[in-house]
Design a binder for this molecule. Structure first.
Ligand SMILES: Cc1cc2nc3c(=O)[nH]c(=O)nc-3n(C[C@H](O)[C@H](O)[C@H](O)COP(=O)(O)OP(=O)(O)OC[C@H]3O[C@@H](n4cnc5c(N)ncnc54)[C@H](O)[C@@H]3O)c2cc1C
Length: 416
Protein backbone atom coordinates (compact mmCIF):
# COMPACT_ATOMS: atom_id res chain seq x y z
CA UNK A 1 0.00 0.00 0.00
CA UNK A 2 1.38 3.42 -0.95
CA UNK A 3 0.97 6.20 1.59
CA UNK A 4 0.03 9.61 0.18
CA UNK A 5 -2.00 12.71 1.01
CA UNK A 6 -4.70 11.41 -1.36
CA UNK A 7 -4.80 8.08 0.48
CA UNK A 8 -5.25 9.86 3.84
CA UNK A 9 -8.07 11.94 2.38
CA UNK A 10 -9.78 8.88 0.90
CA UNK A 11 -9.47 6.88 4.12
CA UNK A 12 -10.67 9.86 6.17
CA UNK A 13 -13.81 10.06 4.04
CA UNK A 14 -14.49 6.30 4.10
CA UNK A 15 -14.12 5.48 7.82
CA UNK A 16 -10.41 4.51 7.80
CA UNK A 17 -11.28 0.90 6.88
CA UNK A 18 -8.72 0.45 4.10
CA UNK A 19 -5.45 0.56 6.08
CA UNK A 20 -3.54 -2.72 6.17
CA UNK A 21 -0.80 -3.75 8.67
CA UNK A 22 2.56 -2.17 7.83
CA UNK A 23 4.25 -5.61 7.89
CA UNK A 24 3.26 -9.28 8.20
CA UNK A 25 3.84 -11.63 11.15
CA UNK A 26 5.19 -14.67 9.23
CA UNK A 27 6.15 -18.03 10.71
CA UNK A 28 9.87 -18.81 10.21
CA UNK A 29 10.65 -21.03 7.20
CA UNK A 30 13.10 -23.95 7.46
CA UNK A 31 15.77 -22.12 5.46
CA UNK A 32 16.65 -18.80 3.85
CA UNK A 33 19.38 -17.45 1.59
CA UNK A 34 20.30 -14.85 4.21
CA UNK A 35 19.41 -14.54 7.87
CA UNK A 36 19.91 -11.16 9.53
CA UNK A 37 20.11 -11.32 13.31
CA UNK A 38 18.59 -8.22 14.97
CA UNK A 39 15.69 -6.03 13.77
CA UNK A 40 17.23 -2.72 14.80
CA UNK A 41 17.78 0.09 12.35
CA UNK A 42 20.88 -1.51 10.80
CA UNK A 43 19.38 -5.00 10.40
CA UNK A 44 16.19 -3.68 8.83
CA UNK A 45 18.06 -1.26 6.54
CA UNK A 46 20.29 -4.15 5.41
CA UNK A 47 17.23 -6.28 4.56
CA UNK A 48 15.61 -3.35 2.75
CA UNK A 49 18.64 -2.59 0.57
CA UNK A 50 19.32 -6.29 -0.11
CA UNK A 51 15.80 -6.58 -1.47
CA UNK A 52 15.62 -3.23 -3.24
CA UNK A 53 19.12 -2.79 -4.62
CA UNK A 54 20.24 -6.41 -5.09
CA UNK A 55 16.92 -8.21 -5.76
CA UNK A 56 17.54 -10.71 -2.91
CA UNK A 57 14.30 -11.43 -1.05
CA UNK A 58 14.61 -14.93 0.44
CA UNK A 59 15.68 -13.26 3.67
CA UNK A 60 14.62 -13.42 7.33
CA UNK A 61 15.31 -10.77 9.96
CA UNK A 62 15.21 -12.46 13.39
CA UNK A 63 14.49 -10.28 16.41
CA UNK A 64 14.55 -11.48 20.01
CA UNK A 65 12.11 -8.80 21.20
CA UNK A 66 9.98 -6.45 19.17
CA UNK A 67 11.01 -4.56 16.08
CA UNK A 68 12.65 -1.26 17.00
CA UNK A 69 12.84 -2.01 20.75
CA UNK A 70 16.64 -1.65 20.84
CA UNK A 71 18.79 1.42 20.37
CA UNK A 72 17.08 2.48 17.17
CA UNK A 73 14.11 3.45 19.35
CA UNK A 74 16.21 4.75 22.26
CA UNK A 75 18.59 7.24 20.70
CA UNK A 76 18.53 11.03 20.63
CA UNK A 77 17.91 11.08 16.86
CA UNK A 78 20.88 13.18 15.72
CA UNK A 79 22.20 12.79 12.19
CA UNK A 80 25.35 14.44 10.83
CA UNK A 81 28.45 13.72 8.75
CA UNK A 82 30.94 15.95 10.58
CA UNK A 83 33.77 13.40 10.72
CA UNK A 84 37.43 13.98 9.89
CA UNK A 85 39.16 10.71 9.03
CA UNK A 86 39.14 9.19 5.54
CA UNK A 87 37.97 5.84 6.99
CA UNK A 88 34.81 7.52 8.33
CA UNK A 89 33.95 10.74 6.49
CA UNK A 90 32.89 9.34 3.07
CA UNK A 91 30.80 6.67 4.79
CA UNK A 92 28.90 9.17 6.97
CA UNK A 93 28.46 11.51 4.01
CA UNK A 94 26.95 8.59 2.05
CA UNK A 95 24.58 8.15 5.00
CA UNK A 96 23.68 11.85 4.96
CA UNK A 97 22.83 11.65 1.26
CA UNK A 98 20.68 8.56 1.85
CA UNK A 99 18.85 10.35 4.71
CA UNK A 100 18.13 13.26 2.39
CA UNK A 101 16.16 11.05 0.00
CA UNK A 102 14.97 8.39 2.42
CA UNK A 103 11.33 9.36 2.92
CA UNK A 104 10.62 9.40 -0.83
CA UNK A 105 12.63 6.20 -1.23
CA UNK A 106 10.74 4.11 1.33
CA UNK A 107 7.45 6.06 1.18
CA UNK A 108 7.26 6.73 4.92
CA UNK A 109 7.33 9.92 6.98
CA UNK A 110 10.55 9.65 9.01
CA UNK A 111 10.47 13.38 9.89
CA UNK A 112 13.94 14.05 8.47
CA UNK A 113 14.65 17.56 9.77
CA UNK A 114 17.88 19.22 8.60
CA UNK A 115 17.93 22.03 11.12
CA UNK A 116 21.72 21.97 11.48
CA UNK A 117 24.23 20.83 14.09
CA UNK A 118 26.50 23.31 15.85
CA UNK A 119 29.60 22.11 17.74
CA UNK A 120 30.65 24.84 20.17
CA UNK A 121 34.31 25.63 20.71
CA UNK A 122 35.79 27.20 23.82
CA UNK A 123 39.47 27.80 23.09
CA UNK A 124 41.80 28.71 20.22
CA UNK A 125 43.30 25.22 19.81
CA UNK A 126 39.80 23.75 19.67
CA UNK A 127 38.87 26.30 17.00
CA UNK A 128 41.92 25.19 14.98
CA UNK A 129 40.88 21.55 15.33
CA UNK A 130 37.35 22.42 14.15
CA UNK A 131 38.76 24.34 11.16
CA UNK A 132 40.76 21.24 10.23
CA UNK A 133 37.72 18.99 10.61
CA UNK A 134 35.58 21.40 8.57
CA UNK A 135 38.16 21.42 5.78
CA UNK A 136 38.26 17.60 5.83
CA UNK A 137 34.47 17.52 5.54
CA UNK A 138 34.39 19.97 2.63
CA UNK A 139 37.10 18.00 0.82
CA UNK A 140 34.96 14.88 0.93
CA UNK A 141 31.87 16.67 -0.36
CA UNK A 142 30.10 17.53 2.91
CA UNK A 143 29.13 21.03 4.07
CA UNK A 144 30.80 22.85 6.98
CA UNK A 145 30.97 26.46 8.21
CA UNK A 146 33.21 27.88 10.89
CA UNK A 147 31.37 30.49 12.98
CA UNK A 148 32.95 33.14 15.18
CA UNK A 149 31.36 34.20 18.45
CA UNK A 150 29.04 36.71 16.74
CA UNK A 151 27.87 34.03 14.31
CA UNK A 152 27.00 31.69 17.18
CA UNK A 153 25.35 34.52 19.12
CA UNK A 154 23.12 35.31 16.15
CA UNK A 155 21.94 31.69 15.97
CA UNK A 156 21.70 30.98 19.69
CA UNK A 157 21.43 34.18 21.76
CA UNK A 158 20.42 32.16 24.84
CA UNK A 159 23.86 30.54 25.29
CA UNK A 160 26.17 31.60 28.13
CA UNK A 161 28.99 33.22 26.13
CA UNK A 162 30.82 34.66 29.13
CA UNK A 163 30.96 31.56 31.33
CA UNK A 164 34.26 32.00 33.19
CA UNK A 165 35.39 28.39 32.73
CA UNK A 166 33.99 27.63 29.28
CA UNK A 167 33.60 30.89 27.28
CA UNK A 168 32.09 30.20 23.85
CA UNK A 169 34.49 31.44 21.17
CA UNK A 170 32.77 30.05 18.05
CA UNK A 171 31.56 26.83 16.52
CA UNK A 172 31.56 24.39 13.62
CA UNK A 173 28.19 24.34 11.87
CA UNK A 174 26.91 21.62 9.56
CA UNK A 175 23.62 22.93 8.20
CA UNK A 176 22.64 19.61 6.61
CA UNK A 177 22.84 17.85 9.98
CA UNK A 178 19.76 17.59 12.19
CA UNK A 179 17.38 15.00 13.55
CA UNK A 180 15.23 12.12 12.22
CA UNK A 181 12.32 10.45 14.03
CA UNK A 182 14.13 7.31 15.26
CA UNK A 183 11.43 4.64 15.46
CA UNK A 184 9.83 5.79 12.20
CA UNK A 185 13.15 4.86 10.57
CA UNK A 186 12.80 1.28 11.86
CA UNK A 187 9.15 1.14 10.79
CA UNK A 188 9.86 2.58 7.33
CA UNK A 189 12.68 0.14 6.59
CA UNK A 190 10.62 -2.76 8.01
CA UNK A 191 7.63 -1.91 5.85
CA UNK A 192 9.79 -1.54 2.73
CA UNK A 193 11.59 -4.85 3.34
CA UNK A 194 8.37 -6.74 4.16
CA UNK A 195 6.67 -5.36 1.05
CA UNK A 196 9.45 -6.90 -1.05
CA UNK A 197 9.06 -10.34 0.58
CA UNK A 198 11.51 -10.26 3.52
CA UNK A 199 10.22 -12.18 6.59
CA UNK A 200 10.58 -10.12 9.77
CA UNK A 201 10.22 -12.54 12.68
CA UNK A 202 9.78 -10.97 16.09
CA UNK A 203 10.10 -12.79 19.43
CA UNK A 204 12.69 -15.10 17.90
CA UNK A 205 16.00 -15.04 19.78
CA UNK A 206 19.13 -16.45 18.18
CA UNK A 207 20.70 -18.73 20.79
CA UNK A 208 23.51 -20.30 18.78
CA UNK A 209 25.10 -20.84 15.36
CA UNK A 210 25.45 -24.05 13.33
CA UNK A 211 29.14 -24.05 12.49
CA UNK A 212 30.73 -27.13 10.92
CA UNK A 213 34.31 -27.25 9.61
CA UNK A 214 34.57 -23.47 9.69
CA UNK A 215 31.32 -22.90 7.77
CA UNK A 216 28.16 -21.33 9.23
CA UNK A 217 25.07 -23.10 7.90
CA UNK A 218 22.34 -21.60 10.05
CA UNK A 219 21.21 -20.51 13.50
CA UNK A 220 19.55 -22.01 16.55
CA UNK A 221 16.66 -19.92 17.80
CA UNK A 222 14.02 -19.89 20.50
CA UNK A 223 11.63 -20.98 17.70
CA UNK A 224 13.77 -23.81 16.31
CA UNK A 225 16.75 -24.22 14.00
CA UNK A 226 16.82 -22.27 10.73
CA UNK A 227 19.25 -22.92 7.87
CA UNK A 228 20.88 -20.20 5.80
CA UNK A 229 23.64 -19.73 3.23
CA UNK A 230 24.71 -16.53 4.97
CA UNK A 231 24.15 -15.28 8.52
CA UNK A 232 24.57 -11.54 9.12
CA UNK A 233 24.77 -10.47 12.76
CA UNK A 234 23.62 -6.93 13.50
CA UNK A 235 22.76 -6.74 17.20
CA UNK A 236 24.49 -3.51 18.38
CA UNK A 237 24.77 -3.59 22.22
CA UNK A 238 24.43 -7.39 22.30
CA UNK A 239 27.32 -7.94 19.85
CA UNK A 240 29.71 -9.42 22.45
CA UNK A 241 27.16 -11.87 23.78
CA UNK A 242 25.87 -13.04 20.40
CA UNK A 243 29.29 -13.44 18.74
CA UNK A 244 30.53 -15.37 21.81
CA UNK A 245 28.06 -18.05 20.68
CA UNK A 246 30.21 -18.38 17.56
CA UNK A 247 33.34 -18.58 19.71
CA UNK A 248 34.48 -15.05 18.88
CA UNK A 249 35.80 -12.41 21.28
CA UNK A 250 35.30 -8.95 19.76
CA UNK A 251 37.27 -5.71 20.21
CA UNK A 252 34.06 -4.26 21.70
CA UNK A 253 32.78 -3.46 25.21
CA UNK A 254 29.15 -2.83 26.16
CA UNK A 255 28.37 0.38 28.07
CA UNK A 256 25.13 2.15 28.96
CA UNK A 257 24.24 5.57 27.53
CA UNK A 258 21.36 7.61 28.94
CA UNK A 259 18.95 10.05 27.23
CA UNK A 260 16.73 12.77 28.73
CA UNK A 261 13.55 14.60 27.60
CA UNK A 262 11.98 17.67 29.22
CA UNK A 263 8.42 18.93 29.18
CA UNK A 264 7.30 20.57 25.92
CA UNK A 265 8.50 24.17 25.46
CA UNK A 266 7.97 26.80 22.80
CA UNK A 267 10.49 26.59 19.92
CA UNK A 268 13.77 27.56 21.60
CA UNK A 269 16.65 25.73 20.00
CA UNK A 270 17.22 26.12 16.24
CA UNK A 271 19.00 22.78 15.70
CA UNK A 272 21.38 20.46 17.52
CA UNK A 273 23.95 22.09 19.84
CA UNK A 274 26.93 20.30 21.39
CA UNK A 275 29.13 21.48 24.26
CA UNK A 276 32.83 21.46 23.33
CA UNK A 277 34.42 21.29 26.77
CA UNK A 278 32.41 18.42 28.22
CA UNK A 279 29.91 15.88 27.05
CA UNK A 280 26.47 17.42 26.50
CA UNK A 281 24.29 17.77 23.41
CA UNK A 282 20.74 19.03 23.00
CA UNK A 283 18.02 19.43 20.38
CA UNK A 284 14.29 20.14 20.50
CA UNK A 285 11.79 17.54 19.36
CA UNK A 286 8.79 18.36 17.18
CA UNK A 287 6.61 17.96 20.29
CA UNK A 288 8.67 20.68 22.01
CA UNK A 289 10.67 18.61 24.53
CA UNK A 290 14.36 19.35 24.88
CA UNK A 291 16.12 16.06 24.07
CA UNK A 292 19.59 15.82 25.53
CA UNK A 293 22.35 13.46 26.55
CA UNK A 294 26.02 13.26 27.41
CA UNK A 295 28.62 10.71 28.36
CA UNK A 296 28.28 6.95 28.76
CA UNK A 297 28.16 5.69 32.35
CA UNK A 298 31.67 4.29 31.88
CA UNK A 299 31.48 0.72 33.15
CA UNK A 300 30.65 -2.50 31.32
CA UNK A 301 27.00 -3.51 31.53
CA UNK A 302 24.06 -4.99 29.63
CA UNK A 303 21.46 -3.24 31.83
CA UNK A 304 19.36 -0.69 29.91
CA UNK A 305 19.33 1.84 32.74
CA UNK A 306 21.94 4.28 34.04
CA UNK A 307 23.00 5.89 37.30
CA UNK A 308 22.61 9.29 38.97
CA UNK A 309 26.26 10.51 38.87
CA UNK A 310 26.07 10.65 35.05
CA UNK A 311 22.67 12.38 35.24
CA UNK A 312 24.37 15.05 37.37
CA UNK A 313 27.34 15.27 34.99
CA UNK A 314 25.09 15.70 31.93
CA UNK A 315 23.00 18.38 33.67
CA UNK A 316 26.18 20.24 34.67
CA UNK A 317 27.23 20.27 31.02
CA UNK A 318 23.84 21.71 30.05
CA UNK A 319 24.00 24.39 32.74
CA UNK A 320 27.49 25.40 31.63
CA UNK A 321 26.35 26.44 28.14
CA UNK A 322 22.65 27.26 28.56
CA UNK A 323 21.64 28.04 32.16
CA UNK A 324 17.98 28.45 31.13
CA UNK A 325 17.77 24.64 30.86
CA UNK A 326 17.79 24.58 34.68
CA UNK A 327 14.19 25.78 34.65
CA UNK A 328 12.88 23.01 32.39
CA UNK A 329 11.29 19.99 34.10
CA UNK A 330 12.61 16.59 33.16
CA UNK A 331 9.89 14.19 31.99
CA UNK A 332 11.70 11.00 31.00
CA UNK A 333 15.10 9.32 31.05
CA UNK A 334 16.18 5.91 29.78
CA UNK A 335 19.28 4.00 28.78
CA UNK A 336 20.53 1.88 25.89
CA UNK A 337 23.49 -0.46 25.52
CA UNK A 338 26.29 0.82 23.32
CA UNK A 339 28.66 -1.46 21.44
CA UNK A 340 31.81 0.61 22.11
CA UNK A 341 34.74 -0.39 19.91
CA UNK A 342 38.37 0.13 20.92
CA UNK A 343 38.91 3.04 18.49
CA UNK A 344 35.37 4.42 18.41
CA UNK A 345 34.75 3.28 14.82
CA UNK A 346 32.47 0.51 13.54
CA UNK A 347 32.86 -2.85 11.76
CA UNK A 348 31.13 -4.12 8.63
CA UNK A 349 33.00 -7.28 7.74
CA UNK A 350 33.18 -11.00 7.06
CA UNK A 351 34.42 -13.12 9.96
CA UNK A 352 36.92 -16.00 9.86
CA UNK A 353 33.88 -18.35 9.80
CA UNK A 354 32.67 -18.83 6.22
CA UNK A 355 29.13 -17.49 5.77
CA UNK A 356 29.13 -15.54 9.06
CA UNK A 357 29.20 -11.75 8.84
CA UNK A 358 29.40 -9.05 11.49
CA UNK A 359 28.14 -5.45 11.71
CA UNK A 360 28.64 -3.56 15.00
CA UNK A 361 30.86 -1.34 17.13
CA UNK A 362 28.66 1.70 16.45
CA UNK A 363 29.32 3.28 19.83
CA UNK A 364 26.87 6.11 20.45
CA UNK A 365 26.85 7.28 16.83
CA UNK A 366 25.16 4.45 15.01
CA UNK A 367 21.76 6.00 14.38
CA UNK A 368 23.10 8.50 11.86
CA UNK A 369 24.87 5.60 10.14
CA UNK A 370 21.69 3.51 9.72
CA UNK A 371 21.09 3.95 5.95
CA UNK A 372 24.78 3.71 4.97
CA UNK A 373 25.33 0.75 7.29
CA UNK A 374 22.42 -1.09 5.66
CA UNK A 375 23.63 -0.05 2.20
CA UNK A 376 27.23 -1.21 2.78
CA UNK A 377 26.33 -4.41 4.69
CA UNK A 378 23.90 -5.34 1.88
CA UNK A 379 26.70 -4.67 -0.64
CA UNK A 380 29.10 -6.94 1.28
CA UNK A 381 26.52 -9.72 1.64
CA UNK A 382 25.43 -9.57 -1.99
CA UNK A 383 28.80 -9.12 -3.69
CA UNK A 384 31.30 -10.56 -1.19
CA UNK A 385 33.32 -7.33 -1.31
CA UNK A 386 33.32 -4.34 1.06
CA UNK A 387 31.63 -1.19 -0.22
CA UNK A 388 34.14 1.48 -1.27
CA UNK A 389 33.21 3.73 1.69
CA UNK A 390 33.56 0.91 4.25
CA UNK A 391 36.92 -0.60 3.34
CA UNK A 392 38.50 0.34 6.69
CA UNK A 393 35.69 -1.06 8.82
CA UNK A 394 37.50 -4.39 9.14
CA UNK A 395 37.69 -6.64 12.19
CA UNK A 396 41.45 -7.15 11.80
CA UNK A 397 42.40 -3.45 11.76
CA UNK A 398 43.89 -3.57 15.28
CA UNK A 399 46.03 -6.57 14.35
CA UNK A 400 47.28 -4.65 11.30
CA UNK A 401 47.80 -1.42 13.26
CA UNK A 402 45.20 0.59 11.30
CA UNK A 403 43.00 2.11 13.98
CA UNK A 404 40.36 4.62 12.85
CA UNK A 405 40.61 6.72 15.98
CA UNK A 406 38.53 9.83 15.23
CA UNK A 407 39.16 11.37 18.66
CA UNK A 408 42.79 10.32 19.09
CA UNK A 409 41.99 8.68 22.44
CA UNK A 410 43.77 5.39 21.87
CA UNK A 411 42.33 2.00 22.73
CA UNK A 412 39.92 3.33 25.37
CA UNK A 413 36.33 2.37 24.51
CA UNK A 414 34.95 4.35 27.45
CA UNK A 415 36.52 7.57 26.11
CA UNK A 416 35.31 7.55 22.49
C1 LIG B 1 20.56 7.05 24.69
C2 LIG B 1 21.13 6.88 23.33
C3 LIG B 1 21.31 7.99 22.52
C4 LIG B 1 21.87 7.85 21.24
N1 LIG B 1 21.94 8.94 20.43
C5 LIG B 1 22.37 8.83 19.16
C6 LIG B 1 22.32 9.95 18.28
O1 LIG B 1 21.82 11.01 18.64
N2 LIG B 1 22.83 9.79 17.03
C7 LIG B 1 23.35 8.62 16.61
O2 LIG B 1 23.83 8.56 15.48
N3 LIG B 1 23.37 7.52 17.40
C8 LIG B 1 22.87 7.59 18.67
N4 LIG B 1 22.84 6.48 19.48
C9 LIG B 1 23.40 5.22 18.99
C10 LIG B 1 22.44 4.44 18.11
O3 LIG B 1 21.16 4.40 18.67
C11 LIG B 1 22.97 3.02 17.91
O4 LIG B 1 24.34 3.04 17.54
C12 LIG B 1 22.21 2.26 16.81
O5 LIG B 1 20.83 2.41 16.98
C13 LIG B 1 22.61 0.78 16.84
O6 LIG B 1 22.13 0.07 15.74
P1 LIG B 1 20.69 -0.66 15.67
O7 LIG B 1 19.66 0.39 15.43
O8 LIG B 1 20.76 -1.70 14.64
O9 LIG B 1 20.59 -1.27 17.13
P2 LIG B 1 19.36 -1.89 17.92
O10 LIG B 1 18.10 -1.14 17.66
O11 LIG B 1 19.78 -2.05 19.33
O12 LIG B 1 19.19 -3.31 17.20
C14 LIG B 1 19.79 -4.51 17.61
C15 LIG B 1 18.68 -5.52 17.76
O13 LIG B 1 19.23 -6.81 17.95
C16 LIG B 1 18.34 -7.53 18.78
N5 LIG B 1 19.02 -8.71 19.35
C17 LIG B 1 19.99 -8.74 20.30
N6 LIG B 1 20.36 -9.99 20.56
C18 LIG B 1 19.62 -10.79 19.74
C19 LIG B 1 19.53 -12.19 19.56
N7 LIG B 1 20.30 -13.04 20.26
N8 LIG B 1 18.64 -12.66 18.65
C20 LIG B 1 17.86 -11.82 17.92
N9 LIG B 1 17.90 -10.48 18.07
C21 LIG B 1 18.75 -9.98 18.97
C22 LIG B 1 17.94 -6.49 19.83
O14 LIG B 1 16.76 -6.87 20.51
C23 LIG B 1 17.79 -5.25 18.97
O15 LIG B 1 16.45 -5.03 18.54
C24 LIG B 1 22.29 6.59 20.78
C25 LIG B 1 22.08 5.46 21.59
C26 LIG B 1 21.50 5.59 22.84
C27 LIG B 1 21.24 4.39 23.69
Amino acid sequence: MRYSALKILKEGLTGNKGWTPAWREPEPKKSYDIIIVGAGGHGLATAYYLAKEHGLTNIAVLEKGWLGGGNVGRNTTIVRSNYLLPGNQPFYELSMKLWENLEQDFNYNAMVSQRGILNLCHSDPQRDAFARRGNGMIMSGADAELLDQDGVREMCPFLDFDNARFPITGGLLQKRGGTVRHDAVAWGFARGADERGVDIIQNCEVTGFDINNGVCTGVKTSRGDIKANKVAVCVAGSSGRVMAQAGMRLPIESHVLQAFVTEGLKPTIPGVITFGAGHFYVSQSDKGGLVFGGDIDGYNTYAQRGNLPVVEDVCEGGMAIMPMIGRARLLRTWGGIMDMSMDGSPFIDKTHVNGLYFNGGWCYGGFKATPASGWCYAHLLATGNPHETATQMRLDRFERGYMTDEKGQGAQPNLH
